[in-house]
Design a protein around this ligand. Structure first.
Ligand code: ADP
Length: 160
């Protein structure tokens, strides 16, 4: 059976925490589709196209990954459209859990056959978020150990 997992998110930008989650999910699924959300806020740093290119480059070592754009509609509907049996989400803190549990329940009400699988963030990435990366980078901080090298280069370019 060809098991597909859909990993949706903003990925603005992709961090080492996201990469870790994808690498681990790739061991559970035959194919992992990363669905990149179209930016809904003006605070976005990268366009969807830029994010997709960065993710494709950074995940080249995981051949079963595919990157698509999520332009609108319910994520769980997208999961159904691409044939995914599960949504993959990362859990860092209790705060993540509370938010994610309610979304998972709502998604189940829409498509009971699509499960949500939570991967607990690896210890070293527990406190890593895209928003913190953006804040630190905006003030000239060094995020090179927290994001893939191509993302680091792109961030430096943005704030030049
Ligand atoms: P969203 O806006 O959908 O939360 P994000 O790009 O912030 O988009 O996160 C996408 C997914 O990756 C979420 O499930 C989130 O919990 C997970 N994630 C974010 N940061 C990390 C991290 N440091 N370690 C593991 N998972 C993470």
């Amino acid at each position: 059976m060809n098991r597909i997992g859909l990993f949706p998110g903003s990925f603005d930008p992709l961090t080492n925490g996201h990469v870790d989650t994808v690498e681990r999910a790739a061991k559970l699924f035959d194919k992992v589709i990363v669905a990149v959300a179209t930016n809904t806020t003006k605070k976005a740093l990268f366009s969807s196209g830029e994010k997709m290119q960065l993710i494709n480059e950074a995940l080249q070592h995981v051949p079963t990954v595919e990157v698509i754009e999520h332009t609108g509609g319910l994520t769980v509907d997208l999961a159904g459209e691409v044939g995914a049996s599960a949504l993959i989400r990362g859990l860092r803190t209790v705060k993540d859990f509370e938010y994610e549990a309610s979304i998972a329940a709502m998604n189940r009400s829409q498509h009971a056959e699509i499960e949500t699988i939570f991967l607990v963030a690896s210890e070293q990435y527990r406190f890593l978020s895209s928003s913190m990366i953006k804040e630190v980078a905006m003030f000239g901080g060094n995020v090179s150990t927290l994001v893939p090298s191509n993302v680091n280069k792109a961030i430096i370019e943005k704030f030049k």
